[in-house]
Design a protein around this ligand. Structure first.
Ligand code: BES
Ligand code: MN
Ligand code: ZN
Length: 510
């Protein structure tokens, strides 16, 4: 899908040839001439048939003086990124099924910062079609989107950022949606290797032998019930000097979570194919970094395996020694995410990181606490928590901070090991985080529990691509010097754009 920007007033938008024109109308629109579109807005407003409140729509057809046959007026409210997203999603939803190839999105007035990024992401999100195991499904018909604004030039950097994010988010969605037999640890590792085609990205994959040598026995204990061999994926994005401390992202990569011997009920168990969405979000972030090319170092770590019941599976009560040397009593084999993450978090210390952030579909308790709106955010550092929350707000991919008081960790005591992998039912998202915290030492650490936000259930079942937006905005905010931006086309273009538009992205992101 190709996005373009153009300076357009309403008369210009009316003249653009396309199959559909969406006009984004603010709640308070100053009169804008006597073109056919401004008359339509004015008259439908007077008649009470349309208003500029976010998400309100008026669909019309073959309007005199408008080149596009389908015209949708979409209220964009205050023109904020959030309300523009709502408007574009609503408009794209009513156009769904009409197999549009070229769409014009025209802003009747200049929106607020973030609006173009949000519009790009909303178009990409609503027109996404899963294809990996549904090859006959009709793919996305939309190939060209023209974004029209009173003055286009200042929005170029935002457009490039939106496109890079859309590419990363789509990568995360597609891998998240793949069923477990099409997203094994081995296939995830291949996907990570594939990212090395992008500039500045390297990847190393460790198998069972190397992982054993490292002493990652809690990770290995989860994998031991499965016929699929585990993989430990190490990705690097090298955008800054070698001396710059990297930000480490750790993604939970349970490619299927049956619960193991503490087996889950059958209903909706298929959704546990999404238990690698943390890993998929790390892959998506690297996909986006490859496009944006910011001046920062990032390491991505993915412990990937299945959690299966089997004659060889780990049993409730088994005690294993983590890479950190702490022994862990496995009181519930369904609390496996923390067991693969604790070894990866310990491993992360060797990069002397500026910060480590893990991303995990970790607890059903977090779904109970926050639902599907905000991801759970934990951090042992207030500045880091603030940065993650702000990045989430800017990206429209929000989180909510949850506590880490030491008292929450008391239930993890074990009579037979240094720590147990579960406490009681109460405060389950927090006790899981307290378990992880034991393995990060003094490193600045953040933990995103995305159990409620990584995918949707029911008729719209599918991965959301969250929290790629939050993470990319966080990383761009940490970049030592202004983030460089690129259009996702050619390396030559990349050079040119990086020279002309770097500051603008950094400013809009900050
Ligand atoms: N992957 C699940 C968490 C999960 C469950 C995410 C439902 C989304 C929806 C995780 O491995 C798990 O099973 N956690 C247990 C922990 C419990 C045994 C302490 C849970 O949340 O029930
Ligand atoms: Mn589980
Ligand atoms: Zn799990």
């Amino acid at each position: 899908m190709n996005f373009e920007l153009k300076s357009l007033d309403l008369a210009g938008a009316a003249a653009e040839k396309s199959e559909a024109l969406v006009v984004l109308v603010p709640e308070a629109l100053a009169k804008s001439g006597k073109s056919s579109l401004s008359l339509l807005i004015e008259q439908s407003g007077k008649a009470g048939d349309f208003e500029g409140k976010a998400g309100k729509l008026l669909q019309t057809y073959r309007v005199d003086g408008v080149a596009a046959p389908k015209v949708v007026l979409a209220g964009m409210g205050d023109g904020s990124a959030k309300q523009v997203r709502q408007a574009v999603s609503a408009a794209c939803a009513v156009l769904k099924g009409s197999k549009i190839k070229k769409l014009v999105l025209a802003f009747a007035s200049t929106p607020q910062a973030g609006a173009i990024r949000a519009a790009v992401l909303a178009v990409a999100d609503t027109t996404y079609v899963y294809t990996t195991t549904k090859p006959k499904a009709e793919g996305r018909s939309l190939t060209r989107v023209l974004l029209g604004l009173p003055e286009a030039a200042p929005w170029r950097a935002e457009l490039a950022l939106g496109q890079a994010l859309a590419t990363g988010i789509e990568f995360t969605k597609e891998w998240g949606n793949r069923p477990a037999n099409h997203a094994t640890p081995t296939l995830l590792a291949q996907a990570a290797k594939g990212l090395t085609k992008l500039a500045k990205i390297k990847c190393e994959v460790l198998g069972p032998r190397e992982v054993e040598k490292l002493g990652m026995h809690t990770f290995m204990s989860v994998a031991q019930g499965s016929k699929e061999p585990l993989r430990f994926i190490v990705l690097r994005y090298e955008g800054a000097a070698k001396t710059a401390a990297p930000h480490v992202l750790v993604g939970k990569g349970i490619t299927f979570d049956t619960g193991g011997i503490s087996i889950k009920p059958s209903a909706e168990m298929d959704e546990m194919k999404f238990d690698m969405c943390g890993a998929a979000s790390v892959l998506g972030v690297f996909r986006a970094l490859g496009e944006i090319q910011p001046n920062i170092n990032v390491v991505g770590l993915i412990p990937a395996c299945e959690n299966m019941p089997d004659g060889g599976a780990v049993k409730p009560g088994d005690v294993v020694t983590s890479m950190s040397g702490q022994t862990v009593e496995n009181l519930n084999t369904d609390a496996e995410g923390r067991l693969v993450l604790c070894d990866a978090l310990h491993y992360a210390a060797r990069f002397k990181p500026a910060a480590v952030i893990d991303i995990a579909t970790l607890t059903g308790a977090c779904v109970v606490a926050l639902g599907g709106v905000r991801s759970g955010v934990f951090a042992n550092d207030d500045g880091l928590a603030q940065a993650l929350l702000e990045a989430g707000d800017t990206a429209l991919d929000p989180g909510w901070r949850l506590p880490l008081d030491d008292e929450y960790g008391e239930g993890l005591k074990s009579n037979f090991a240094d720590v147990a992998n579960v406490a009681g039912r109460a405060g389950g998202a927090v006790t899981a985080a307290k378990f992880l915290q034991r393995f990060v030492g003094t490193t600045r650490w953040g933990h995103l529990d995305i159990a409620g936000t990584a995918w949707r259930s029911g008729a719209a079942k599918g991965a959301t691509g969250r929290p790629v937006g939050l993470l990319v905005h966080y990383l761009l905010g940490q970049a030592g010097s202004p983030a460089k931006t690129v259009t996702p086309r050619t390396a030559a273009r990349r050079q040119a754009v990086a020279k002309t538009a770097p500051r603008a992205v950094a400013k809009r992101v900050a």
